[in-house]
Design a protein around this ligand. Structure first.
Ligand code: 8YV
Length: 323
């Protein structure tokens, strides 16, 4: 039988993926902890690995790519986003890089919508109140949230995940606006209305949810000025990348109440995050768990292994970042 492909995984994998690794691959992947960049280079060398399995918290920048042992042919990221990959450096080194589109779309959209509902209806505060043994609201005017159904949501980035969020919003009888580089064909619009002008869209949005890639052009797309265009009492949702929002401006808006609430799964500089968020009652927080379900994390890991196996056996990658 052909020798098993050798790889290094810098992240612990869920059991189904670990079983497939044990069966079909050799190398370093049975580690019980995450591996940093220096250690990963040493392990790639030690195990004579031809592939690297990583994810969005691990930077594949030019400096790292330059130091990769020559036999490493493919790097598979367990993520759809690839702002952590220096594509130009990978291309010029001849490294194939793959990601995991599609398999995580539904669960990431579910999480974004959970944060939207949770932030709008103040679930974190409600939960805390009961845990502190206080029933809280007595009067009809107590503990009022923001109505979700029938309101307007603006989706920034109408790719796979943005469209899945649009479908969920339509299911909640919301009016959907979306902003992207270009209008989609009607069959892909999910009942949404295209707004070429982001500023004009924000002026109409009780809810805004981010689903675009993080690039130099989209960094702080929601900033002090654009957040200021939202109607008073709006709700901001981010399950994409932390750097899409100027956090300082968001915190100010949430403190003053001009922004009613926010649902955040991602933070600029994560896994560190601005501790001021935890002092705000009107935020629903999560530690980057958009794709974190049993089914989706299995599918992501297996998809990475399919990509690695394809490339190492001389076939084209299934999900190459470029072709
Ligand atoms: C993962 C992600 O949770 O797909 C992405 O872009 O950020 C997430 O699915 C992440 O890659 C795991 O660290």
């Amino acid at each position: 039988p052909a020798a098993r492909p050798r790889l290094v995984s810098v992240r612990r994998m869920p059991p189904t993926v670990a079983a497939r690794l044990d069966r079909d691959f050799a190398g370093a992947f049975a580690v019980d902890r995450d591996i940093d960049r220096e250690e990963s280079l040493a392990l790639l060398e030690e195990h004579k690995a031809e592939a690297l399995l990583f994810s969005s918290g691990f930077k594949l920048d030019a400096g790292f790519i330059e130091r990769l042992p020559a036999r490493v042919k493919v790097a598979a990221t367990c993520s759809v986003g690839f702002d952590h990959v220096d594509v130009a450096a990978a291309k010029s080194r001849g490294l194939v890089v793959t990601n995991t589109p599609d398999v995580l779309t539904g669960c990431t959209a579910d999480l974004a919508f959970s944060l939207l509902l949770s932030a709008a209806r103040r679930l974190p505060e409600a939960d805390q109140m009961l845990r502190r043994d206080a029933w809280g609201p007595r009067a009809m005017g107590d503990f009022l949230g923001v109505r979700v159904w029938g309101q307007t949501i603006g989706i920034i980035g109408m790719g796979r995940i943005g469209r899945a969020v649009a479908r969920r919003a339509r299911g909640f009888d919301m009016r959907v606006l979306y902003h992207d580089a270009a209008q989609l064909p009607p069959a892909l619009e999910e009942g949404g209305h295209f707004m070429a002008d982001l500023d004009a869209m924000l002026g109409q949005c009780q809810f805004v949810s981010l689903h675009c890639p993080y690039t130099p052009a989209t960094r702080h797309i929601l900033n002090r000025r654009t957040l200021g265009l939202l109607p008073p009492g709006a709700v901001v949702v981010n399950a994409a990348r932390g750097g899409l929002i100027e956090e300082e401006a968001l915190i100010d808006g949430l403190k003053s109440g001009r922004i009613a609430a926010a649902g955040l799964d991602v933070f600029e500089g994560e896994p560190r995050f601005d501790r001021r968020f935890i002092d705000l009652p009107n935020v629903s927080l999560a530690p980057h768990i958009g794709s974190a379900t049993v089914e989706t994390r299995d599918a992501m890991g297996l998809r990475c292994l399919d990509n690695i196996a394809a490339v190492l056996s001389g076939r084209p990658a299934i999900d190459p970042l470029w072709s």
